[in-house]
Design a protein around this ligand. Structure first.
Ligand SMILES: [Zn+2]
Length: 152
């Protein structure tokens, strides 16, 4: 098995819903999102995937989704109120409390696999790991536990 890893920065605001502590207040992070892609073989050029494709197909889409946005749990009353007040697409309602763990699960099990599949016409690539760094010291990692993944 071969893996390639690429890291990307986004800035986003969030708050944790139903949480007792300072993270219940709206605040922001300069997140770093690390994606590990695996394959059991390289292509004719000797690559698992061109790093420029990770940037243009995965991270550019992530930028459109979350960069310089406010991520709020769809059940958080602030979410609907802010969306109505701002009348733009800057507030993103997410179907989970926006912890680094839940962001990693969503990116690893849903968002990135869909984007990867759209560009991987040989279907030989899969997302192996996603790490969401909330700060340089704190991160959460999702691992692909699918036993039948093409590169397990
Ligand atoms: Zn936070």
């Amino acid at each position: 098995m071969l893996t390639v890893t690429s890291r990307h920065k986004i800035s986003a605001a969030h708050r944790l819903y139903d949480y007792d502590g300072k993270c219940e207040h709206l605040h922001g992070h300069n997140y770093q999102i690390e994606v590990e892609i695996c394959s059991d073989k390289t292509d004719a050029l000797g690559m698992v995937i061109d790093f420029s494709k990770i940037k243009s197909y995965l991270f550019a889409e992530l930028d459109k989704l979350w960069d310089h946005r406010t991520l709020l749990y769809e059940q958080d009353p602030l979410c609907k109120s802010l969306q109505e007040l701002l009348q733009d697409d800057s507030v993103r309602a997410v179907p989970f409390n926006p912890t680094a763990e839940n962001m990693a699960i969503y990116l690893g099990s849903s968002f990135f696999p869909t984007k990867l599949k759209a560009m991987d016409n040989q279907n030989k690539l899969s997302i192996n790991r996603i790490t969401v760094f909330e700060t340089e010291n704190n991160s959460a990692t999702w691992h692909n536990s699918h036993e039948l993944s093409s590169c397990q």
